[in-house]
Design a protein around this ligand. Sequence first.
Ligand code: CAA
Length: 282
Amino acid sequence: MKNIAVIGAGTMGNGIAHVFAMNGYAVNLIDISQEALDRALSTITRNLDRMVKKERISEEGKAATLSNLSLITDMSKGVEAADLVVEAATERTDLKLKIFADLDAMAPAQAVLATNTSSISITKIAAATKRPEQVIGMHFMNPVPVMKLVEVIRGYATSDATTEAVMALSKKLGKAPVEVNDYPGFVANRILMPMINEAIYSLYEGVAGVEEIDTVMKLGMAHPMGPLQLADFIGLDVCLSILEVLHNGFGNPKYAPCPLLVNMVTAGMKGVKSGEGFYSYS
Ligand code: CAA
């Protein structure tokens, strides 16, 4: 696999494009919005500058990474020569099904179609294509250039060959891939989101305050961020939608989102990206 197309230039898409380009792959970063592409390029450049300053990469390494990147608004052009497409668009089922049906028509027949979804069924996304054996989950963690994990999710019809190719490729990116099966929340969010939800319940029930809850988990369990800070970082709307997938998928009340989380999202408090969450960022 040499030619990579990344769909979506948001936080995850620009991180994924950054990592592939830094490892020598030709990357087409695709978004319908030129403005989003320009913002992604300036984020990638800023993150590369930080790596140069810390002597993780050289100025030449930075220049080579940027020269591997092309910004494209036309999806059919961007994927026409792709060996692998990684979709990192907005987390909406209808949108992903449409993108995968389009990708199936536009990308070369042998191309693998991966999705960075954090919780939508890979099997369902694969069923929007005529090549479900070549559809797979490639779930990167935020911030992508820093986090080692790639959760590689096999849909019900994903082939061994596709899985092996994506596991090998993830290792070439310097990541540690872990293979899991396609059930709601996969592994990462099935375990992470109930912990975050329980932290929100602890706040809602008045067990302790925001900073106290986060301090317990940071200093007591050596987590780099407390669960409430992490929820703000991920996005409270994203946390809510993943909890809803778990709740609907398993029908078990233990996954029901805390009413405080529902209220905060309804009121527009989405964490870092909206400026307000459990902490204030303005
Ligand atoms: N891009 C590139 N590099 C970055 C970066 C970014 N966006 N953000 C931070 N870094 C680098 C810094 O340059 C620094 O590098 P060095 O080690 O070379 O010094 C390193 O990361 C640490 O950064 P800082 O010193 O600025 O800050 P920190 O020590 O507080 O770490 C953090 C920041 C890495 C984000 C850390 O707080 C952390 O690991 N938090 C938890 C992150 C996490 O759990 N992510 C998973 C979220 S869940 C998810 O993504 C999936 C989902 O489906 C919801």
